[in-house]
Design a protein around this ligand. Structure first.
Ligand code: ADP
Ligand code: MG
Length: 326
């Protein structure tokens, strides 16, 4: 059996704050194979960004991190900082919501990509430039030879995001993580960028983690979906199964909150009542209890483990739905 690309075990990231430690990631385990797309979804504040940042060694300063992260069999958490940064830089690419935060506004994009390429491959300036043009072409920037000379502000939001994807690809990563990478873009551009990312993953046998608060981004693209709530994975499985047969009440509620195009006019959008718990003092049992439409006696006291039973996908719920989406 080939080794999985990414194996995360019992990962925790607790961030100190004035009100106490924020348990942003609280015991997450997941696996990703090469060429596979994993969707990571959940409402804002559930810990998705902290999880992926912790994976790449960029947890907030002074955070307390424990658990295990292995990329292609190499355990990262035990590595000295510098070796780990170098390893992650070679194997993992990241794309964020705001491309401007990843780009230098006063440097032409060709030079920025070229520098990333030189850093990873030690190419000459001319070779790096050719490679930068090549990367821009691969991510669908028209007229790349000419565009190399342009500055970030001379591109549209969608093209700018393509440029940061080109930069993330410059090291030929085995794993690409896109954290709300299309959230700021309009729907058409969003679809194009998501198709580009999933296409690259399939074509290059790269692992891709698509992080979004929007289930619509994951649907039809991710092979597997992991649903995160209050720092934990509450449901995980093949995307088709999770969407067609959500088991956790939180997933069910999230799916119910997606606007449906076939809904009769005037139908009110269902939102999930209440708000996610304060992660400095999460409830002792299931964190969704106070918002759950069908809580049982144990739920408030006992945290439900993420269970996998034969013929079903993993879910952490004592009273799962029958598995029919609303
Ligand atoms: N640097 C930080 N300092 C303090 N709290 C943080 C920091 N980063 C994230 N958090 C808290 O961690 C929790 C998870 O946040 P985040 O990982 O950004 O969630 P998501 O990406 O799902 O919206 C939130 O309660 C957030 O306020
Ligand atoms: Mg986030």
């Amino acid at each position: 059996m080939t080794e999985p690309l990414l194996v995360v075990q019992n990962l925790r990231c607790h961030i100190p704050s004035a009100r106490g430690a924020v348990r942003a990631v609280d015991g997450v385990s997941l696996t990703l194979a090469r060429g596979q797309v994993l969707g990571l979804v959940g409402e804002s504040g559930c810990g998705k960004s902290t999880l992926v940042r912790t994976l790449v060694g960029a947890a907030p300063a002074r955070a307390s991190v424990s658990g295990s992260i292995a990329v292609s069999g190499t355990e990262l958490t035990a590595m000295p900082d510098e070796a780990r940064r170098a390893f992650v830089g070679r194997h993992v690419g990241m794309v964020f919501q705001d491309p401007m935060s990843a780009l230098n506004p006063v440097v032409p994009v060709g030079r920025q990509i070229g520098e990333a390429v030189r850093h990873h491959h030690g190419l000459s300036r001319a070779a790096a430039r050719a490679r930068a043009a090549d990367l821009l072409e691969r991510v669908g920037v028209p007229d790349p030879g000419h565009r190399l000379r342009h500055y970030p502000h001379q591109f549209s939001g969608g093209l700018r995001q393509r440029i940061t994807i080109a930069m993330a690809l410059s090291c030929e990563p085995e794993l690409l993580i896109a954290d709300e990478a299309t959230t700021a873009l309009d729907v058409t551009v969003q679809r194009q960028i998501l198709d580009l990312l999933t296409g690259l993953a399939r074509e290059r046998g790269m692992g891709l983690i698509l992080v979004s608060h929007d289930l619509g981004v994951i649907a039809g693209r991710a092979d597997e979906t992991a649903v995160m709530y209050a720092g934990r994975i509450v449901e995980r499985g093949p995307t088709r199964d999770v969407f067609a047969r959500p088991r956790h009440r939180y997933t069910d509620a999230l799916l119910g909150a997606i606007p449906r195009l076939d809904a009769p006019p005037g139908t009110r959008l269902r939102v999930i009542p209440g708000t996610p718990p304060d992660l400095t003092a999460p409830p002792p049992g299931c964190a969704f209890t106070s918002r759950c439409p069908a809580p049982g006696d144990r739920c408030a006291h006992e945290p439900p483990p993420l269970r996998v039973e034969p013929g079903d996908h993993a879910h952490a719920c004592f009273h799962p739905t029958e598995g029919t989406s609303p």
